[in-house]
Design a protein around this ligand. Structure first.
Ligand code: EPZ
Length: 421
C-alpha cells in the first residue's frame, strides 16, 4: 500500500489547476444509463471512484471507453440489472445506478450499501423516492430489489432529519425523467453538483426546472438521447488546496475553479486572516498573515461543506486561539482529530463538536488515513509540520484527488509517494 512522505515547512507558491468534480461526475456517468445513445463526458478526473463507477457500468453491459480525460458510454438495450456486492461495497456512489435502471428497464437490484468511516449512511430517502414514484422496493438478502410496471410522477418530500440528501435528490431526479407525468421533489438538495446533473439531463432532452432551488420539477418524457458534457470543476479539491496554502502561509492561484461555489468557504478563509481574490474561474489566496481561530458549522449547500471540515480542522489546529467545529451532516466524521492529535494538535471531540486549541507548530508523525477527506487533512497538516510526516493508507486519497503529490510538488511542497506495506 502506498504512503506519502511529507517534509513540512515550505510555503506553497504558484498555480494549481483543479480537475472536474468527482461528486458531479459520478451521477452524470450513472445518468448515461438512461439512454441507449452514446454520451461523451469530458474532463473526467482520473480517480479511483471514477474507475469504480466505470467498472460498474461496464459490468452492467455498457460499452465504456476512457481515453485521457474523455469517457464515452453507450448503454445499449441488453444491460444486466444488478449492481453486485463486490462493486457497491467499494463505493457507495454505486447507488446512483438505482434510479436510471429502474426508470429505463423498470427493474433493478443494487447491493445495499453499508456505513463507512464517516458514520452511518442511510438510504431510506432513496427508497422512499422510488416508492413514491410507484416502485415496489424490497430489501432482501442484502439487496435493494426494486421493480415497477410504470413509474408515475408525483410530489415527493425528500428531506431527512439531517436536511436534504444530495444522493437521493440525484437518484429521484434521474428516475423521474422517464416517469409518466410530473414529479416535484420538495426539499431537494441545492448542491451545485445537482444543478450540473440537471443540466446534463436537460442536454439529454429531459424536462427539468428549478434545480438549485429546494423544489425541482421534472416532467417525464418517453426517451432520452445522447449528448456531450463537461462537468463543473471540483469545489472540494479547490477548497483543499486553499487550506494547504493557508496552513503553510503560502500564496497560490487556484485555476479552473468557480469561486461562486465556495461562498461559505471563502468567508471562513477570510475570517481566519487569509486574503482571497476571486475572478470568474480563478481564486487567489494569500495567507501570509497569522491564522486566527473561528467557528465552523457544517451544513447543506450553500452552507459550509462537510467535505472540507477535516481540512479546516488541520488549518485551525495552528491558529492563534480556540476554534470550534460543529459537524451537522455526518456526526461521527471526526476520525482525523485523533490522528492530528498524534501530530501535537490539541483537539477535543464531544459528540458532533470539536474544540481545537491552536498550537504554534505541528510535529511530523506517522499517521493513518481513515477516509478520503481525512487523508487530505493529514497531508495538509504534514505540509506545515516540523519534520517528516508519513501518511499511510493513501488509497483513500486516490479515490478523490488526481495526482495530488505532483500538484503539491509543483507548488513547492516536499512530498513523495512511496510504495510499502
Ligand atoms: C454526497 O453524499 C457526497 N458524495 C459526499 O461526499 C458528501 O459528504 C455528502 O453528499 C454531503 O454533502 C457524493 O456526491 C458521491 P447525502 P451523499 O445523502 O449523497 C442523510 C466525499 O468526501 N441521509 O446528501 O451520500 C445522511 O446520513 C463524500 O466526497 C439520510 O438520512 O450524502 C446525511 O446526514 C463523502 N437518508 C445527510 O442525509 C438517506 O437516504 C446528507 O447525506 C440519505 C442521506
Amino acid at each position: 500500500m502506498d504512503k506519502l512522505l511529507i517534509k513540512g515547512g515550505t510555503s506553497l507558491k504558484g498555480k494549481v489547476k483543479i480537475t472536474g468534480s468527482k461528486n458531479a461526475t459520478l451521477p452524470i456517468l450513472a445518468a448515461c444509463l438512461l439512454t441507449e445513445e452514446p454520451c461523451v463526458i469530458h474532463e473526467v478526473p482520473l480517480l479511483q471512484d471514477i474507475k469504480t463507477m466505470l467498472g460498474l457500468l461496464s459490468s452492467l453491459g455498457a460499452d465504456v471507453t476512457f481515453n485521457k480525460n474523455k469517457v464515452t458510454i453507450c448503454s445499449g438495450n441488453q444491460l444486466s440489472l444488478e449492481a453486485p456486492y463486490d462493486i457497491v461495497s467499494k463505493m457507495r456512489a454505486s447507488i446512483y445506478v438505482l434510479g436510471p435502471l429502474l426508470a429505463r428497464f423498470h427493474k433493478v437490484k443494487v447491493y445495499f450499501p453499508g456505513g463507512c468511516a464517516i458514520g452511518p449512511r442511510p438510504i431510506d430517502l432513496h427508497i422512499k423516492g422510488m416508492e413514491s414514484l410507484g416502485a415496489e422496493v424490497k430489501v432482501e438478502h442484502g439487496y435493494i430489489d426494486a421493480k415497477t410496471s410504470v413509474l408515475k410522477g408525483t410530489n415527493i418530500l425528500l428531506e431527512g432529519t439531517s436536511g436534504p440528501s444530495v444522493g437521493a435528490t440525484a437518484n429521484v431526479m434521474m428516475a423521474a425523467t422517464l416517469a409518466n407525468g410530473t414529479t416535484n421533489i420538495i426539499g431537494a438538495a441545492l448542491e451545485r453538483e445537482i444543478v450540473d446533473l440537471a443540466n446534463f439531463l436537460i442536454a439529454l432532452g429531459a424536462k427539468i426546472d428549478g434545480a438549485g432551488s429546494s423544489t425541482i420539477k421534472i416532467t417525464g418524457i418517453k426517451k432520452l438521447k445522447g449528448s456531450e458534457w463537461t462537468p463543473i470543476s471540483d469545489r472540494i479539491e479547490a477548497g483543499s488546496f486553499a487550506c494547504a496554502a493557508a496552513i503553510t502561509h503560502g500564496k497560490i492561484e487556484i485555476d479552473n475553479c468557480n469561486p461562486e461555489h465556495l461562498g461559505a468557504v471563502n468567508l471562513t478563509l477570510r475570517s481566519i486572516g487569509c486574503n482571497i481574490s476571486e475572478t470568474k474561474n480563478k481564486l487567489t489566496i494569500n495567507a501570509e498573515s497569522d491564522l486566527m481561530p473561528t467557528s465552523i458549522i457544517t451544513a447543506p449547500y450553500p452552507g459550509f461543506p462537510t467535505d472540507l471540515q477535516a481540512q479546516f480542522m488541520s488549518v485551525l489546529s495552528v491558529a492563534d486561539g480556540t476554534s470550534m467545529i460543529t459537524e451537522n451532516i455526518f456526526k461521527n466524521r471526526f476520525l482525523h482529530a485523533l490522528e492530528l492529535n498524534r501530530m501535537g494538535a490539541q483537539i477535543k471531540v464531544e459528540d458532533n463538536v470539536a474544540v481545537i486549541d491552536g498550537i504554534k507548530k505541528l510535529s511530523g508523525a506517522q499517521v493513518m488515513a481513515s477516509d478520503l477527506r481525512a487523508s487530505v487533512a493529514l497531508v495538509i497538516a504534514g505540509l506545515a509540520a516540523q519534520g517528516e510526516t508519513v501518511v499511510s493508507r493513501i488509497y483513500h486519497l486516490d479515490r478523490g484527488y488526481e495526482r495530488i503529490e505532483e500538484k503539491l510538488h509543483s507548488l513547492g511542497a516536499v512530498v513523495k509517494r512511496v510504495s510499502g506495506k
